[in-house]
Design a protein around this ligand. Structure first.
Ligand code: DX5
Ligand code: ZN
Length: 216
């Protein structure tokens, strides 16, 4: 079954605990960490993740859009994240980092920006619990879905099957009622949705209907 991870980037940051409760029933809560260096936007860091992990039973899926993830990612595991995603473009030693995240007890995940191909990283896939294919340029919510990423999703799914891996394939950016079916058909199984969930009148209902579309 498809997993739906609402992104709190589109939530009200002054009411994060309530906004997390508004999507109970979602598989994970997607937390976008931005440092204004790796991407041109600034959001939140370790102390907020620590508080949020105490405020909700939904596990946290932390997406680190930051420089030097080798230094910071382990701290997000300690802060309570159940899954930590680092960008391969920013990591100095992705294999060592993935192993460290796993050893600390979280799921290890690696993200690719739209212009980063999957092929050079085929041999790293067994080190990961999830691969994130960005379907917008990272940095902001509410951008239009990049259809040109569909072939990359398809090729990645083929690599996962070829190696017989359990790896989850996540998509993030512009995922909505009108794009989620294309992503699912191409082979994604974990879907991040920010504006499509928090921009809806009933966020919990938006999660249910996105899941139904992805599974259809
Ligand atoms: C963008 C973030 C996304 C963002 C998605 O850089 O990584 O998680 O919240 O927002 P939507 O779903 O509105 O494109
Ligand atoms: Zn994200």
């Amino acid at each position: 079954m498809a997993q739906i991870n609402p992104s709190i980037l589109s939530a009200d940051f002054a009411r994060l605990a309530e906004e997390a409760k508004a999507v109970e029933g979602a598989d994970w809560l997607h937390v976008d960490v931005m440092d204004n260096h790796f991407v041109p936007n600034l959001t939140l860091g370790v102390p907020i993740v620590e508080s949020l992990s105490r405020a909700t039973d939904t596990p946290l899926d932390c997406h680190l859009m930051i420089e030097d993830p080798d230094r910071w990612a382990p701290q997000y595991v300690e802060a309570g994240a159940g899954s930590v995603t680092f960008h391969v473009e920013a990591a100095a030693a992705p294999v060592r980092l993935a192993r460290e995240i796993r050893a600390k007890g979280a799921r290890a995940s690696m993200a690719l920006k739209p212009a980063t191909p999957i092929e050079p990283y085929e041999d790293l896939l067994p080190e990961l619990d999830m691969l994130l294919i960005m379907t917008v340029e990272p940095g902001f919510g509410g951008q239009a879905f990049l259809d040109i990423m569909l072939p990359k999703i398809r090729r990645t799914r083929e690599l996962i099957s070829k190696h017989g891996l359990e790896l989850w394939l996540q998509v993030d950016g512009g995922v909505s009622e009108s794009t989620i079916e294309r992503c699912a058909e191409a082979g994604a199984d974990v879907f991040v949705a920010g504006s499509a969930v928090y921009g809806a009148a009933d966020p919990a209902d938006a999660v249910r209907s996105l899941r139904a579309k992805a599974d259809s």
